[in-house]
Design a protein around this ligand. Structure first.
Ligand code: GTR
Length: 426
């Protein structure tokens, strides 16, 4: 498949959001006319060069191959940790004028309360006829940043020092209560009949390069041995954690564990995609502004590049992924195949217009090129590879929108996810 830039003009937007490490923007390309010509690996040709022409062959052969290629060359394997989960509920109370129930639980990963554990925050509508579908997503700064109520527990695990989060040490601050509530539209989600489940990603694996010693890595039998090239990085650890939370939702009294959508923003959008790929129990998968290493096509080298992401965040991917710094064309996969791993389940990709760093058009093209795999199942992907109008969502068996504004999660985004979920989960 030969792909050329579709624009004859230059798009020069240099407003990017680079929270974690300063970088000079002019090293990166934001000009569509300078996107290199590239050829995407065909999702429907096996490693041996055979054409895949049935859903059956996709499932039994090609899907396994692509999953393995992502394990070997991008994210690394999920940790091989066997756990017996224990759930303790600390709170179950009606909130929001009795319209919703909030639960706080701790999921213990060992028999000992002092071992690694994940605090989970759950919202469900007070009134529902039978088990309901739910969204599950990790949060960046602690459950207390999602909900300002002082009854919400502060994380005990490491948090990033961040003036915006009002933290001056690596401990959660009381002052950061509710600071990210705007990203979690609990009112809208619950009033439309869905549950919302979230947990702090640092409870699973603190987001810094510590040589994989902390979080759930403490439980990894491979820990202490020479690190394999395909050993999973933090994204694999976070994805593993999402699956463990899903395990607990399968026995939740109000949530239907068979209708859980996995959601994530930015690095956690890369994570929701990897969780959706590795765990087919997730019935719907949502990537919000996931960019490089998530929905975006690496070969486009638009905005963030493989080299930049591996350099700034060496712990996110497997070691083998570093070999593709400035060598994207040598990757045996590209990220349209990650999206194809969701098929035939519905997948939604959302971009933001000012989020050039994440390559909005590359995210959309990636979804478009996953289409042939959906077609094998008689499902429709995106119908055109042309740019989608800002603020005009496209909903088929996959969903896409580009919202005006910056890298973020807004009530507008949630409205689209709910509309999509109404079609596919209700
Ligand atoms: C950026 C990173 C992006 C994105 C973002 C985030 O610094 O370059 O890939 O993941 O962080 O997760 O906040």
């Amino acid at each position: 498949m030969q792909i050329n830039s579709v624009f004859g003009f230059s798009v020069c937007v240099l407003v990017v959001w680079l929270p974690s490490s300063a970088v000079s923007e002019d090293q990166f390309n934001y000009d569509e006319s300078l996107v290199p010509r590239y050829e995407l690996p065909d999702p429907l040709t096996t490693n041996d060069g055979l054409s895949v022409n049935s859903a059956e062959v996709w499932r039994s052969v090609r899907r396994q191959e692509i999953l393995r290629l992502f394990e070997q060359h991008v994210f690394g394997r999920l940790p091989r940790i066997n756990v017996r989960l224990r759930v303790r509920t600390h709170e179950r109370r009606e909130i929001m004028d009795h319209s919703a129930i909030r639960e706080q639980q701790t999921v213990y990963l060992t028999d000992d309360d002092t071992g690694p554990s994940i605090d989970v925050l759950i919202y469900t509508p007070t009134k529902s006829a039978g088990p309901i579908p739910a969204f599950l997503g990790l949060n960046f700064s602690g459950n207390h940043t999602v909900d300002a109520d002082p009854a919400v527990r502060l994380p005990k695990s490491w948090v990033r020092r961040n003036p915006r989060m009002k933290t001056i040490s690596n401990h959660a601050s009381e002052l950061s209560r509710g600071l990210q509530a705007g990203r979690w539209d609990v009112g809208q989600i619950v009033s439309r009949g869905y549950g919302l489940v979230t947990a702090y990603y640092g409870d699973i694996d603190p987001d810094f390069d510590d040589g994989f010693q902390n979080g759930i890595h403490q439980l990894d039998p491979e820990n202490g041995t020479a690190r394999a090239d395909d050993a999973g990085g933090s994204i694999s650890a976070w994805a593993w954690g999402l699956s463990r939370i899903l395990d607990t939702l399968e026995t939740h009294s109000q949530i239907d564990g068979q209708r859980v959508a996995v959601f994530g923003h930015s690095r956690l959008g890369k994570t929701s995609l990897w969780a959706g790929a590795t765990d087919e129990r997730f019935r719907l998968v949502i990537s919000n502004n996931s960019g490089c290493g998530g929905a975006a096509l690496s070969r486009r080298r638009y905005g963030e590049t493989v080299k930049r992401i591996n350099t700034a965040f060496p712990h996110w991917f497997c070691r083998k992924h570093w070999e593709y710094n400035d060598k994207e064309t040598s990757l045996p996969i590209d990220h349209h195949q990650l999206l194809a791993l969701m098929a035939p389940r519905p997948v939604y990709v959302a971009s933001a217009q000012d989020d050039r760093w994440a390559d909005p058009y590359g995210e959309m093209l990636s979804l478009y090129h996953a289409g042939p795999v959906y077609a094998l199942f008689g499902k429709s992907g995106l119908r055109s590879s042309g740019q989608v109008e800002i603020g005009k969502p496209v909903l088929t068996d996959v969903g896409y929108h580009e919202r005006a504004g910056k890298h973020d999660v807004t009530p507008y985004d949630w409205t689209q996810y709910l509309n999509f979920a109404d079609r596919h989960l209700k």
